[in-house]
Design a protein around this ligand. Structure first.
Ligand SMILES: CC(=O)SCCNC(=O)CCNC(=O)[C@H](O)C(C)(C)COP(=O)(O)OP(=O)(O)OC[C@H]1O[C@@H](n2cnc3c(N)ncnc32)[C@H](O)[C@@H]1OP(=O)(O)O
Length: 352
């Protein structure tokens, strides 16, 4: 990807590591024009990456980089474009607090280095540039590929990981991150902490923080109430080869097509009521967690929830239609502590 300015002046090295400051070289440090140009390069690559991955909006941009503690490795080819250089691609990584399942299915709290976004411009793919970026990052971060978690890797990226690093067998997860065999061996690196089975409800952590989920929600805000006549629960992930599947996790990996929420009361496939629940807590169980009817939840004191038969260790999960109702979320928060909710990333915006 070329730009109407000299990339070699902006990025002195073939691979530059960019952070919140958006400066790659000492010479350009503090220069606003250099920062703006760097922002333009990141934004354009971010848009191309989103397009390549069929995401509704970029998950990588200069402003996102400035507001997160992520690191972006940017690769240029300095010879091209009449010696002004072209941007080849980038690899974005960062730490994420994740609640993962180990091989035995036990919940483990981790904070691994994650690959969050990875892109090589279309015409330059399959020429080894991705591997060059990846190797550089591994060396710089002093990590091994199996120590990292991967945020909904695309089929191309899965093929890449298998070819170059032999990463093939993933450990099934209930979120959209993929970890491979060997991940749980690196205890110190991923800072594993087994979650006690009998935790007080306030200590349960969210499963994942997902940028990819957030951009999708930003794009498809819908009015309340959500009425969807042909609602079906989101499909479980399909095979690795499907371009719509972004995860090997079991359970709740969303497909690219946003799931259509069902109207709140009313039977639907995949939902079963729990007869022992008290009348004040009409909760329905789905494979995503428990749905509390907003109307009833608003009157539901915490002790009722405890008496309702809901296992307190089971994280309540706000689902799509609840999350759009900020007032509902706030009411629900009065009933229980935020940390006890297994909240998908987009909902955290509402909660925070
Ligand atoms: C967590 C995430 O970031 S998920 C998003 C990952 N990004 C994308 O899917 C965006 C589009 N794809 C790309 O930008 C690139 O293909 C990348 C970043 C995945 C890999 O970069 P490349 O420069 O192509 O990788 P590199 O040349 O080093 O390795 C090539 C290998 O990657 C895999 N790969 C790359 N492109 C493809 C493709 N179109 N189809 C299948 N496998 C592919 C293959 O294993 C390939 O080996 P092969 O050519 O012998 O089959």
């Amino acid at each position: 990807m070329d730009f109407p300015f000299d990339l070699n002046g902006l990025f002195p090295e073939r691979i530059s590591m960019l952070d919140q400051n958006l400066y790659a070289g000492r010479k350009t440090h503090g220069r606003l024009d250099a920062q703006n140009q760097t922002a333009m390069v990141i934004d354009e690559l971010g848009k191309a990456s989103a397009k390549a991955q069929q995401l509704p909006a970029p998950i990588t941009s200069a402003s996102k980089l400035q507001s997160n503690r992520h690191h972006l490795y940017l690769l240029k080819d300095g010879e091209r474009n009449g010696g002004r250089g072209v941007a080849v691609g980038y690899l974005k990584v960062g730490y994420k607090k994740l609640f993962l399942l180990d091989q035995q299915g036990a919940h483990v709290e981790t904070e691994p280095q994650c690959v969050l976004d990875f892109y090589v411009t279309e015409s330059m793919q399959r020429h080894g540039y991705g591997l060059e970026l990846f190797h550089f990052m591994l060396e710089h971060k002093k990590v091994k590929p199996e120590q990292m978690a991967y945020d909904r890797p695309s089929s191309k990226f899965l093929a890449f990981l298998e070819k170059h690093f032999g990463l093939k067998h993933s450990v099934p997860q209930v979120n959209n991150f993929v970890v491979f065999d060997g991940f749980f061996r690196y205890k110190s690196a991923v800072q594993l902490r087994k979650v006690q089975p009998k935790k007080p409800e306030g200590e349960i952590k969210p499963y994942s923080l997902m940028e990819r989920e957030a951009v999708r929600v930003e794009q498809k805000a819908r009015p309340w109430p959500f009425v969807c006549p042909t609602a079906t629960p989101p499909s479980p992930p399909v095979g690795i080869s499907s371009q719509f599947s972004r995860s090997l996790s079991v359970g709740s990996s969303p497909s690219r097509t946003p799931p259509c929420p069902a109207p709140i009361p009313g039977p639907r496939r995949g939902i079963t009521t729990r007869p022992q629940l008290s009348d004040s807590c009409r909760a329905k169980r789905t494979r995503y967690g428990f749905l509390l009817s907003p109307a009833r939840a608003s009157h539901l004191p915490l002790h009722d929830k405890k008496q309702s038969g809901l296992p307190l260790q089971t994280p309540l999960q706000l689902n799509s239609y609840h999350s759009r109702r900020t007032d509902y979320c706030h009411r629900l928060l009065k009933l229980t502590k935020p940390a006890s909710l297994a909240v998908r990333y987009e909902h955290r915006q509402v909660l925070s």
